[in-house]
Design a binder for this molecule. Structure first.
Ligand SMILES: NC(=O)c1ccc[n+]([C@@H]2O[C@H](COP(=O)([O-])OP(=O)(O)OC[C@H]3O[C@@H](n4cnc5c(N)ncnc54)[C@H](O)[C@@H]3O)[C@@H](O)[C@H]2O)c1
Length: 469
């Protein structure tokens, strides 16, 4: 099939590459000429495991093209996927300007029937806005062409995007109940057939329910995280271990183990903005979503918890101290820094006079760019932030190690080397990577989230400290 993907970011690029990989002829369009240039020079502008191989083999096979040429993009695809960003507006609602711009471009250039697919995460009712934008442009041209707008939200996870796209848990298709909608549904069925070989994964529904489903999924996942984070803070006070509690409740099949990890708060390009946008949609309809209000507030607070543990241990004034920070991306296996918990944490440490030496296996370049912007009004703080090429470079002579992202390479470091490198054997772990008992045996002072803390008492004596008071 001939497919155009409008917006070649995390979702668009993965979608385009994976649809080319099953034999489709795919045209990836973007307004960002830098991104298209990188792709046309054989590079990949984002870090996503396995993606480069899929892109390389499909480009070589002549099935995957990258361009900024809007007219050529609209002419190419019988199916036009809109996969542009939907960032939060000032009031928390999804900013639909890029979606509407993409729809207008389709209306400006289309010359026959098009199936227009909203793959971006968009609020209920967006398909109608897309329809109006296309119709408006067709009217301006004085032409009539038929089209149908389908909702096909994407559920891939950054860091496992290729795997998720090619082996999806479900494929949600929302289409209109009319002749054009029936045709569009058949096209989507044909397109996704190769992903349904093992068993049928596609769910067909009306457009509004499909749009809603994506928000409901992210809101549920964010709720589980905030729920566990809130309980972890209580566990800290009552002397319980949130990891033991997680295993205890996860064993109940009605609850399950996934997405119950306490940590430094959720970030990324989806959960924060999607929770806010759903709350905003509810407000527009005169409803309140009280659970989600709390989910967001708890998450905002949780991003401060690690920092609070640091100043509780080391005092308010961190002038002259150096912190090694491991992990900057909002989660492992991605270079995405959007709403990453590392951002407020690093800013807070610098704000108290500390120096930060940070390391991330893949996000350093993106982090440099992001922090340069975050700290543009505070050059003094910015001058105290540096990026290391290895984990070891960060810890040499540092006052403490702070872990923010759970990269695999951080899970089993050489603790003896770490102790020798650090000024004091002190770790603040925002991802609960290590066992408190093991840290106690190693005589490492260990502060994690919702679990027993190990403290140094007198010279070399350690004990497990359960309650903070
Ligand atoms: N990133 C994820 O993990 C993920 C997962 C599921 C759903 N989503 C949703 O998918 C959508 C895209 O997210 P993303 O992370 O891929 O965003 P992104 O910012 O990585 O990519 C969006 C791309 O669209 C391009 N663009 C903007 N306007 C355009 C236009 N008029 N024509 C052509 N290109 C245009 C931008 O230049 C950018 O390259 C969002 O709605 C997001 O919520 C994202």
């Amino acid at each position: 099939m001939k497919i155009t993907i409008i917006g070649t970011g995390y979702v668009g690029l993965v979608t385009g590459a994976c649809l080319a990989d099953i034999g489709n002829d795919v045209f990836c369009l973007d307004v960002d000429s830098r991104k298209i240039e990188i792709l046309n020079n054989g590079g990949v502008p984002i870090h996503e495991p396995g993606l480069k191989e899929v892109i390389d083999r499909n480009r070589a096979a002549g099935r995957l093209h990258f361009s900024t040429d809007v007219a050529a993009g609209v002419a190419h695809g019988d199916v036009q996927f809109i996969a542009v960003g939907t960032p939060p507006d000032d009031d928390g609602s999804a900013d639909l300007q890029y979606v509407v711009a993409a729809a207008r471009n389709i209306g400006r250039h289309m010359d026959g029937f098009k199936v227009i697919v909203d793959k971006s995460t968009v609020p209920v009712g967006t398909a109608e806005r897309v329809r109006h934008a296309v119709t408006d442009e067709l009217k301006k041209r004085g032409v009539t062409h038929r089209f149908s707008v389908v909702s096909n939200p994407e559920f891939l996870k950054e860091g496992a995007a290729v795997e998720d796209f090619t082996r999806p848990d479900r494929i949600v298709i929302g289409s209109d109940d009319d002749e054009a909608g029936d045709y569009a549904r058949e096209q989507m069925k044909r397109l996704y057939k190769p992903f349904n070989r093992n068993h049928e994964r596609t769910m067909y529904m009306d457009v509004r329910s499909a749009e809603f489903t994506k928000y409901a999924a992210n809101a549920m996942l964010a709720t589980r995280i905030s729920f566990m984070n809130e309980l972890a803070n209580l566990a800290d006070r009552v002397g319980a271990d949130i990891e033991a509690v997680r295993r205890g409740i996860g064993s109940d099949p009605r609850i399950g183990y996934d997405f119950l990890y306490a940590g430094a708060g959720y970030g990324g390009s989806c959960f924060p903005k999607d929770v806010r946008a759903l709350v905003r949609t509810a407000a527009e309809y005169g409803c309140s979503l009280r659970i989600l209000d709390a989910v967001e507030a708890v998450n905002d607070d949780q991003k401060q918890v690690l920092f609070e543990k640091i100043i509780a241990r080391l005092g308010n004034d961190l002038t002259g101290r150096t912190f090694a920070v491991w992990g900057l991306a909002f989660k492992p296996n991605t270079d995405d820094m959007r709403e990453a918990p590392s951002r407020p944490l690093v800013a807070a440490l610098l704000g108290r006079g500390a120096s930060v030496r940070a390391y991330d296996p893949v996000a350093a370049d993106e982090a440099r760019r992001v922090f340069a912007n975050d700290l543009k009004d505070n050059p003094d703080a910015h001058s105290r932030l540096s990026f290391a090429n290895t984990q070891a470079e960060t810890t040499a002579g540092a006052d403490a190690l702070v872990i923010v992202t759970e990269w695999k390479a951080f899970k089993s470091p050489d603790f003896n080397a770490l102790k020798r490198a650090l000024k004091t054997p002190l770790i603040f772990d925002g991802r609960n990577l290590y066992e408190p008992e093991a840290m106690a045996e190693l005589k490492i002072q260990y502060h994690s989230i919702g679990r027993p803390e190990t403290h140094l008492v007198e010279a070399e004596t350690l004990y497990l400290h359960h309650a903070r008071g």
